[in-house]
Ligand binder design. Structure first.
Ligand SMILES: *Cc1c(COP(=O)(O)O)cnc(C)c1O
Length: 428
């Protein structure tokens, strides 16, 4: 959909919804109410909505637990001992990987640490970590504490690549240049797939290629990318990646997370890791032997047995993803954000004072569902008014409103209505 054909009218938005092949999926979700009305829920990038099927999936496991007790590990409808094995197939499409490169386990920051234990191996010469400025705080703390774990000073280790003065956009050229400049000293290049603040999608393929050219390892935190943009982790030769399941993947608060380890590493037993029994060779797991023999897939990085209740919610959501198809979803997500950009630009053209500044790149390849709006005036006040009007969006200090219309349950009509509301407050 070309933005030149957009119109800022309710009729046009409704027409786009009518033509949308994914429109029926909205009915599969509970849409939170505000003042008794369906909200305009634009925080699917923060906590995705609950599929109506989730309760049944979770209840099935509770029922099997009630009926079988410990025997549920083998006799549950989806035996718990291998519950996690249902995920790699569907996730392999979503992240562009081979099933054996994927494991669902733990939570995001935990996985980031486990993967850094394996793939951040500083030496005297090579010890630097190159990352984006303003990475999500948890990631910053992870990088710093990993440096400390190796007896290094985080200030000597971490190199942040930031935007140019007065911009939120980090130029790909600046990232690649930083990698080349620090090439000999760099152990790890690690970026978000999508920056959580600005919504910028990084050029993961180029970043990874350049990291490899200088002899560094390359990883990505895909919290804001998985289920939002197309990924080709295997083909891009990404060394490792991790993501959470509660943002675009709609698997519930604190849901179980995912990890990717490239095929070239999964059977390399010389890579150190923190080991646990669930990563041990399945045939011999219950012999309870002393020596650790890792499973020769990403599963070899597992520590603990599967958190089945959380995984059942994950399964409910991924079954919907499978039905809808990630390519269709990404396409609609980009149309929604293009429509939103069009409407916000129109508002900007009609106000005398520039109140709204869009800090998410306009280029289609550099944005997903999320648009971040820098408010030049009355930001918090306007945000509070939005809530009263039934818009659930996200406020980031000091002055950014993040909105993410997502393809499974948001409509073009939501985008139009949001525009009408924000327009009223901008012209007051
Ligand atoms: C959401 C998010 C997190 C949250 O980490 P948890 O371990 O799931 O609490 C971490 N990093 C990034 C980049 C995120 O977007």
């Amino acid at each position: 959909m070309e933005s030149s054909t957009f119109e800022n009218t309710l009729a046009f938005a409704k027409q786009l919804d009518e033509q949308d092949p994914l429109k029926h999926f909205r009915d599969r979700f509970y849409i939170p109410l505000v003042n008794g009305k369906e909200s305009i829920y634009f925080t699917g990038n923060s906590l995705g909505l609950q599929p109506k099927t989730t309760q049944d999936y979770v209840l099935n496991e509770l029922e099997d637990w009630a009926n079988y007790g410990v025997e549920g590990h083998f006799h549950a409808r989806t035996p718990w001992v291998s519950y996690h094995e249902i995920f790699p197939e569907i996730l392999s499409e979503i992240v562009g990987a081979l099933p054996e490169e994927i494991v669902v386990m733990n939570q995001l920051t935990v996985n980031l640490h486990l993967l850094m234990i394996s793939f951040y191996r500083p030496t005297k010469q090579r010890y630097k970590i190159i990352c984006e400025a303003k990475a999500f705080p948890s990631d910053q703390y992870a990088f710093q504490s990993q440096a400390i774990l190796h007896g290094l000073n985080p200030a000597d280790v971490i190199i942040e690549v930031g935007p140019k003065e007065g911009s939120a956009y980090i130029e790909t050229a600046d990232i690649l240049e930083a990698i080349r400049i620090h090439g000999n000293e760099t152990a790890l290049v690690i970026f978000g797939g999508v920056n959580y603040y600005s919504g910028q999608v990084f050029d993961m393929q180029k970043i990874c290629k350049t990291a490899h050219e200088v002899g560094a390892i390359c990883g990505f935190d895909l919290a804001h990318a998985t289920g939002n943009v197309l990924l080709e982790l295997h083909d891009w030769q990404v060394d490792f990646a991790c993501w959470c399941s509660y943002k675009y993947l709609n698997s519930g608060p604190g849901g179980v997370a995912g990890a990717f380890i490239h095929q070239k590493h999964i059977s390399n037993d010389t890579i150190p890791r923190l080991a646990g029994w669930w990563g041990h060779d399945k045939e011999n797991r219950f012999k309870m032997d002393k020596d650790f023999h890792p499973i020769q897939t990403a599963e070899g990085w597992q520590l603990s047995n599967a958190p089945v209740l959380s995984m059942s919610a994950h399964k409910a959501s991924l079954d919907i993803f499978k039905e809808a198809g990630i390519h269709h979803l990404v396409k609609k997500g980009k149309s929604l954000s293009a429509f939103l950009l069009f409407i916000l630009n129109e508002i900007n053209n009609t106000t005398t004072e520039k109140i709204i500044e869009i800090i998410t790149p306009e280029k289609e390849s550099e944005r997903g569902c999320q648009i971040s709006i820098l408010m030049h005036k009355d930001g918090k006040k306007i945000f509070d008014e939005l809530i009263k009007e039934g818009v659930i969006a996200d406020w980031r200090e000091p002055n950014v409103i993040r909105v993410a219309p997502v393809p499974l349950y948001n409509r073009f009509e939501d985008v139009y209505l949001f525009g009408e509301i924000i327009k009223t407050y901008c012209s007051k």
